[in-house]
Design a protein around this ligand. Structure first.
Ligand SMILES: *Cc1c(COP(=O)(O)O)cnc(C)c1O
Length: 435
């Protein structure tokens, strides 16, 4: 397993943030999500220090859906980052953390009236409109409340990038945004810019997630700037901003060649500057929305080993006290991870075993054929890079309680989200009056 951030081998026991994971297991029990706060802060600073330009303002928006707690909101605010949200629940959580709502931007392809109202009532930074139908709903709410709202329009730019390759789609079938290849796009833009309750800041795109092919982003920049130019000329309006979305790929296993944030942010900035000069476009502000690349490597999940089993076919299993309830990504889309026996770092990796969860699904496997030190009952297994889309996709399948989330830094640990209890597990469950 690759070590990230402050991970350190102290006499065979893994420490993160200067805290032994053995101590964390004793104090908070397992399974446990551990966030390396220093690494989150370092990632934030890599973005802040390198995604900046002398020609235009920049904004870095953390994509909340990767991982959201009051603690992460506080940390982002400390470094003056912005946040996005895609639901009332995310907006509510961010608001409850006292995060400045004028730095929150609302996404979503099907925002309800309730959600749009919440955006207006909270005075959030901007709403990223996804489709034509939404324009009237938001405008009506603004009209009723006598407010104007800054908006962007999400575009489908025909670049669909995931992991190693990107595809320039000819079908353009994504559910997000309005297509730039459809001539009606100019009517949509006109409708927004003519609406007195809405202030059109610019265009948004997000071409995918866990992208390694940096060319896809560079091409996205060109498409966005050229389209912005075409739209401003066609409609004779000023459109000052673009938002390029997130999706910067991180390391999970040796198969991944992650994007180096520092280098690539500088490259992106250069490409935006050069393209806007070439196209003679004046940009006032450029925004990006990293999620996974801020929190992914900074999070790990700590489990206790239970039983082990060797099947008749010879496959060896190590069972852990969590599984697809706290990390559904392997079952959902064959995501791969690395792991160590965190209390036996100095022992040779003599065992090849499949790490399986305790849920009632054969697909509840976290890592297939993982090289590990020989495990015994109650050993600790740490799976790395579970910070993004781990807790946020967790569930109560088999009525497992969601684990706690703890932040570690400078030899101290702080609880960020409590472990669920049996009481909270059934608090919304009401017996029927009549049967
Ligand atoms: C998910 C998402 C992001 C963040 O993606 P990452 O892969 O986590 O960086 C950014 N913008 C939008 C619109 C998204 O849907």
């Amino acid at each position: 397993m690759r070590y990230f951030g402050t991970m350190n081998n102290n006499n065979g026991i893994l420490e993160i943030g200067g805290v032994s994971v053995k101590k964390l297991a004793q104090k908070y029990k397992t399974p446990l999500y551990i966030i390396d706060q220093q690494l989150v802060e370092d990632n934030i600073l890599s973005y802040k220090n390198n995604f900046k330009s002398n020609s235009f303002e920049t904004e870095i928006v953390y994509a909340s859906k990767a991982f959201l707690s009051k603690g992460i909101c506080q940390l982002l605010n400390k470094y003056d980052l912005s946040m996005d949200a895609v639901s009332a629940g995310e907006l509510y959580t961010i608001h409850a953390s006292n995060f400045p709502m004028n730095k929150v931007h609302m996404h979503g392809n099907n925002k309800s009236i309730e959600e749009l109202k919440m955006c207006v009532d909270y005075n959030i930074g901007s709403v990223i409109l996804d489709n034509v139908d939404e324009i009237n709903n938001l405008s009506n709410i603004c009209e009723e409340e006598n407010k104007t709202m800054d908006v962007m329009l999400r575009l489908n730019i025909g670049i669909d990038a995931h992991t190693h390759e990107y595809i320039k789609t000819s079908k353009h079938s994504s559910k997000f945004g309005e297509s730039i290849f459809d001539d009606k796009i100019f009517d949509v833009i006109k409708e927004i810019s003519n609406n007195k309750n809405l202030n059109l800041l610019g265009f948004h795109c997000h071409i995918g997630s866990q992208i390694f092919d940096t060319k896809a982003f560079l091409e996205g920049i060109e498409v966005m700037i050229k389209f912005l130019k075409k739209a401003s000329e066609t409609l004779n309006i000023k459109i000052p901003q673009i938002n390029l979305g997130g999706g910067f790929g991180v390391y999970y296993t040796k198969e991944d060649t992650e994007i180096n944030i520092k280098n690539f942010m500088q490259e992106m900035i250069k490409h935006i500057e050069e393209t806007s000069i070439k196209e003679n476009v004046v940009l006032e502000k450029v925004t990006i929305e990293p999620g996974r690349s801020i929190i992914g490597n900074a999070g790990s999940t700590l489990y206790s080993v239970g039983y082990t089993k060797e099947t008749f076919s010879g496959l060896k299993y190590v069972f852990i006290d969590g599984g697809m309830s706290d990390n559904i990504r392997p079952a959902l889309y064959q995501a791969k991870y690395e792991a160590v026996v965190a209390n036996k770092l100095n022992e040779p990796l003599t065992e090849t075993a499949t790490i399986a969860g305790k849920c009632c699904e054969s697909g509840d496997l976290i890592i297939k054929n993982c090289n590990l030190a020989k495990t015994n009952y109650n050993d600790l297994i740490l799976v790395s890079t579970t910070g993004a889309y781990g807790y946020s996709m967790s569930n109560n399948y088999n009525k497992l309680v969601r684990p706690a989330v703890v932040f570690v830094k400078d030899s101290k640990s702080q609880l960020s989200i409590k472990r669920e209890t049996f009481e909270t597990l059934i608090e919304n469950d009401i017996p029927l009056d009549t049967i």
